[in-house]
Design a protein around this ligand. Structure first.
Ligand SMILES: [Zn+2]
Length: 420
């Protein structure tokens, strides 16, 4: 059977690299690859023409920070404690289908602490093999965390120490000591981790820790980074404060998540060293652009911490927007939005004063670099045929990504669904 072939006629096209919307471009696809990009391309009789002349076409988007183990953010605690490993693995398949329908053809699952997280690896393989429709998954099963830390979900049971301790001990990447973490990195790689993540500081959404805490020792963090690099895996970290970010940069980290309380000195250091930042703006937006209605939907601890850190969060946001750091696009939805509704992050970037092309590059070519995937993220001959189409004005409408009009992954066309 001859390979399927499509010609996409684009109204406007962002190729993932050039900061412009090129007019009247065409993309020729054969099998699962882009073979030619240009104007008035020659086609063969079996080529199917797809009319996207009313749309702006981009590479299939990439969300570099999702947590796909939950079906419903409102039931996060309940699902964490009472959902079985297979329940959570099925959430991956559900979320991956929804995110694909919204134009996100690839997502990077940034880990979990407390369930049989290897279900994420199975979901990735099953989607790749074509058993289920969904975004391409790049998966970290477990992140590395210490006892009582932001990464330790057993703190949800802290009022019952014996039960909490039993829960804590079930999971392979929570512990202490250099030898423990060297082994646990190797174990993650053994079971299929695409990258490694350190829970370096506390967080906002958990009850018993603070974003200023350093939750692993310097020696432990260095051991994790070194071991991952020895195995040719990239390392990222959940981190907020400037001092710890600086320490991680000196240790040779590849990327950091959040960085919401960064300062200018660290921003410059990141630019100099080429360290990536996935700033995940949305989860802190309710305090940055005060939104009492959405703030009230978060847990009391989450709300209190956002209020407590308001000033530093605002200063950090400004520093990130004004920097030249290589920014990746990640939504990190564990509250207020569903894990697959990555489009809201675009709104947050634009309302924060970010250049739309910087946001679009973050969600395409820069994220492809962060994921170490040279075969996606741009519209160029030889790349995988991952394409999205949008009817709304991407440069001026901050909600433009809420409505995907066309999506193709690996050369196959899928149905789209609006973000509610
Ligand atoms: Zn996260």
């Amino acid at each position: 059977m001859p390979q399927k072939s499509y010609l996409l006629r684009c109204g406007k096209m962002f190729d993932g690299i050039k900061e412009e919307l090129q007019e009247k471009m065409e993309i020729l696809i054969r099998g699962n690859r882009i073979v030619e990009v240009g104007k008035s391309l020659k086609t063969s009789p079996e080529t199917e023409i797809i009319d996207l002349t009313e749309a702006t076409v981009t590479p299939g988007l990439i969300d570099a920070h999702v947590h796909f183990q939950h079906f419903d953010w409102r039931k996060r605690t309940e699902e964490t404690l009472y959902g079985s490993p297979s329940w959570k693995a099925m959430a991956f398949l559900y979320n991956a289908k929804k995110s694909l329908q919204r134009g996100f053809t690839t997502v990077r699952h940034t880990g979990s602490a407390t369930f049989d997280a290897y279900g994420g690896i199975s979901a990735k393989k099953l989607i790749d093999a074509g058993y289920f429709e969904g975004s391409r998954l790049v998966v970290l099963p477990y992140y590395h965390a210490s006892v009582g830390s932001h990464g330790d979900d057993s703190q949800l049971l802290a009022s019952n120490p014996p039960l909490s301790k039993a829960f804590y001990e079930m999971f392979p990447c929570q512990g202490s000591g250099v030898d423990f973490f060297r082994d646990s990195v190797r174990e993650q790689v053994k079971y299929g981790a695409d990258f490694i993540k350190i829970m370096a500081t506390g967080g906002f959404s958990t009850p018993n820790d603070s974003p200023d805490d350093q939750q692993l020792s310097d020696e432990e963090m260095l051991a994790i980074i070194e071991t991952a690099h020895q195995l040719n895996k990239k390392v990222t970290a959940h981190v907020y404060g400037a001092d710890l970010m600086k320490k991680l940069i000196e240790m040779g980290i590849d990327c950091m998540e959040h960085g919401a309380m960064i300062n200018e000195e660290v921003a410059e250091l990141m630019e100099e060293r080429g360290v990536y930042l996935v700033p995940t703006f949305c989860p802190y937006d309710e305090i940055i652009r005060l939104d009492e209605e959405n703030l009230a939907k978060k847990s009391p601890e989450f709300q209190a911490k956002l209020r407590q850190y308001e000033k530093r969060l605002k200063a950090g946001r400004e520093t990130i927007v004004n920097s030249k750091i290589k920014l990746g696009y990640g939504s990190d939805f564990v509250a207020v939005h569903n894990p697959y509704d990555g489009a809201y992050e675009y709104s947050s970037w634009l309302l924060s004063g970010m250049d739309p092309f910087r946001a679009l590059k973050a969600a395409t070519s820069v994220n492809a670099e962060i994921l170490g995937r040279e075969d996606i993220g741009t519209i160029e001959p030889g790349k995988l045929a991952d394409i999205a189409g949008w009817k709304k004005d991407l440069l001026n409408d901050h909600e433009a990504l809420l409505e995907c009009d066309f999506v193709m992954k690996d050369g196959d066309i899928y149905p789209t669904e609006k973000v509610e």
